[in-house]
Design a binder for this molecule. Structure first.
Ligand code: ADP
Length: 640
């Protein structure tokens, strides 16, 4: 029988596993048991919709068989099993799901040598970890609903064989020939029933199928009826199948009895993360719908979180049976990073997905969970700011987009959770914190957009606001201005762009003075408009500049920042938005005086000044120059 080669990447991992220096080799058992449990979940789940797969739940179990004389440990399950193709695909390739590659990259990013398996070992690499303890691994599997069985065997990196074989019942049986003992490693421990018992209790206690092992016990023989005075008790040994795990899933246990380590291990094992979650929310709800839930807020987005095909959702169990792997309706979009499990006997086992969506129970649970998640995030925000900022770094944008979505329907729920950079505090602040610092005379909550807070601080249009001592929220994410528009106000204080001409209240004298200035400089404004033609809609004496000479604004409901966003999304809209450009000029600036002086003497030069000012405004706004070369030539010619 010819050997098949492993796919390259699998081979590398396999090498790592075989030569592992990893100290917790014992985790291989947890990995195999977890796979077995998944396989039975899959079978139970499939049988809900496939009449041909009648499943006797009482028969779903995992069996461990240590055999000292053969030096083998067998892990057996009665799950879905694998077809020939599945054996090839699942055990011949390790990086199939992409998650391993991700883990490796992360391990690298964390500065861990690939040869150092400590980190990799922590989250395990599933089936392949068997090779940490075994020289030869044989997997015999029969897929549920099929008569055929196949045997996959491998002694490590040199490849594997796949041969037809017999198997009486569907399911999978994994036989490991353990490595010889060495100074450091006593592989024989994995044949010791007490040791195996302890490992199951340590790592797999919550697995909701029985993990059974035959144990030899000793008992006192019954005292014969005719036993005399000097009768000494006699003992005998007998064999008995014992269930090693308590089978109570973590989420069914009282919160007070679960250690945070157990929560974390469960999370890392189940969701393939290497980092502990930021928060665990364990709920035991009574009332209209009774349910248990165990939710996790990850410490960072998973590798596929921002992918288009990312599927949100929680696993839904009904009385210990998984009925849906990712139930999307249990978590709202704005909390779609949350992972976890909901278990409720109030959901019918045989309910279809379509029906499920419309059940009252689902809505009740989803509404409750949303509240609990928000409360937990608020608690972190209050008690552990550093942790919250870590959360914000990974999922802040998700919350902001949530506040925007559905025409702002969720803004009231989310606004307390949002953070923005404060020009005054030089750190991220909440809107409530901003409001608490507002002075009596400050009417609005101010914000301004730009690439970075430092750049925003230097924008000519924010100067008059910061000079008053007011705080500005610096918006650096694309959707931020839209978020501000959606939020509109907080506690009756309107949110206002620093670039808005009405951002500061104006006295009647100020108004009159501004009008007078426009009147006085009408000739300059007309000249600039004529010189620039269609590039601008209008030249205007600015109300928003203090010492700066120029800036650009837009007529209509959109700011320059929003316009930039639209232009990126829909380049066709660029023309339309361009039509509304206003060139704002500061009549008290030196540049303005130079322009006026040139108009009286050298009108060609004055035209060039107008061009120059327009280009400065584009640059400040972060907009592309239409013709950078022409601009450069213009500057050079003015220098001559
Ligand atoms: P993971 O479990 O992280 O996907 P593994 O390497 O442990 O990675 O397993 C690869 C795949 O092989 C599993 O996703 C599953 O489809 C299949 N598999 C492993 N063990 C079993 C089993 N006992 N029964 C059925 N399928 C299994």
């Amino acid at each position: 029988m010819e050997k098949q080669q492993f796919k390259t990447e699998s081979k590398r991992i396999l090498d790592l596993m075989i030569n592992s220096i990893y100290t917790h080799k014992e985790i291989f058992l947890r990995e195999l048991i977890s796979n077995a449990s998944d396989a039975m979940d899959k079978l139970a789940y499939k049988s809900l919709t496939d009449d041909k797969l009648a499943v006797d739940r009482a028969k779903l179990e995992i069996v461990l068989i240590p055999d000292k004389s053969a030096r083998t440990l067998t892990v057996k399950d009665s799950g879905v099993g694998m077809t020939k193709e599945e054996l090839e695909a699942n055990l011949g390739t390790i990086a199939r799901s992409g998650s391993l590659q991700f883990k490796q990259e992360m391990a690298k990013a964390e500065g861990v040598e690939e040869s150092d398996l400590d980190i990799i070992g922590q989250f395990g690499v599933g089936f392949y970890s068997a090779f940490m303890v075994a020289d030869t691994v044989t997997v015999t599997s029969r897929a549920a609903g099929s008569e055929e069985a196949w045997c996959w065997a491998s002694s490590g990196a040199d490849g594997y064989t796949l041969t037809p074989c017999e198997k009486a019942e569907p399911g999978t049986e994994i036989v490991m020939v353990l490595k010889p003992d060495s100074e450091e490693d006593k592989f024989e421990q994995f044949l010791d029933p007490d040791e195996l018992d302890a490992l199951v209790k340590k790592y797999s206690d919550y697995v909701h199928y029985p993990i059974k092992m035959e144990r030899t016990r000793t008992r006192q023989k019954e005292k014969p009826a005719d036993a005399g005075e000097d009768y000494k008790p006699e003992y005998e040994t007998y064999n008995e199948w014992e269930t090693l795990n308590s089978m109570v899933p973590l989420w069914q246990r009282p919160k007070s009895e679960v250690k945070s380590e157990e929560y974390h291990d469960f999370y890392k094992e189940k969701y393939g993360d290497w980092e502990d979650p930021l928060a665990v929310i364990h709920i035991s709800a009574e009332g209209a719908v009774e349910y248990k839930a165990m939710l996790y807020v990850p410490a960072h987005p998973s590798y596929d979180f921002n992918a288009r095909d990312f599927e949100k959702g929680l696993q839904l169990y009904s009385s210990g049976v998984m009925i849906m792997d990712k139930c999307p309706d249990l978590v709202p979009n704005h909390f779609r990073f949350v992972r976890g499990v909901v278990d409720s006997a109030d959901f019918s086992l045989n309910i279809s997905r379509e029906m499920l969506q419309h059940t009252r129970q689902l809505k009740v649970v989803a509404t409750n969970l949303e509240k609990k998640i928000k409360a937990e995030l608020l608690r972190i925000l209050k008690d552990d700011r550093e942790k919250y900022e870590k959360f914000w770094k990974g999922f802040g944008l998700t919350l902001k987009l949530g506040a925007l979505a559905d025409y702002g329907a969720h803004k009231d729920l989310l606004q307390d959770l949002l953070l923005f950079w404060s020009s005054k505090e030089n750190k991220l602040v909440t809107l409530a914190e901003y409001v608490s610092r507002m002075s009596e005379d400050q009417k609005y909550i101010y914000y301004a957009s730009g690439e970075t807070p430092a750049q925003i601080a230097r924008l000519p249009q924010v100067e008059r606001i910061t000079d008053k001592g007011y705080e500005i929220l610096c918006l650096t994410d694309e959707p931020d201005e839209f978020v501000m528009q959606a939020l509109h106000e907080l506690d009756g204080r309107a949110l206002k762009s620093a670039a808005d001409p009405d951002a500061l209240p104006e006295s009647d004298e100020e108004k009159a003075a501004a009008e007078k200035k426009t009147e006085e400089n009408k000739d300059v404004l007309d000249f600039v408009k004529e010189a620039l033609g269609d590039k601008i809609k209008e030249a205007r004496i600015s109300k928003i500049l203090k010492s700066g000479a120029v800036c650009l604004s837009l007529d209509g409901p959109f700011s320059i920042e929003m316009a930039k966003y639209f232009m990126k999304m829909e380049p066709d809209s660029a023309k339309e938005l361009q039509g509304g450009r206003i060139l704002e000029l500061n009549p008290d600036s030196g540049a303005f005086a130079a322009l006026r002086a040139a108009m009286d003497g050298d009108r060609e030069r004055a035209k060039q000044y107008a061009e120059l000012l327009y280009h400065q405004a584009l640059l400040i706004a972060g907009l592309p120059l239409e013709d950078p070369v022409a601009y450069s030539e213009l500057v050079c010619s003015l220098m001559n």
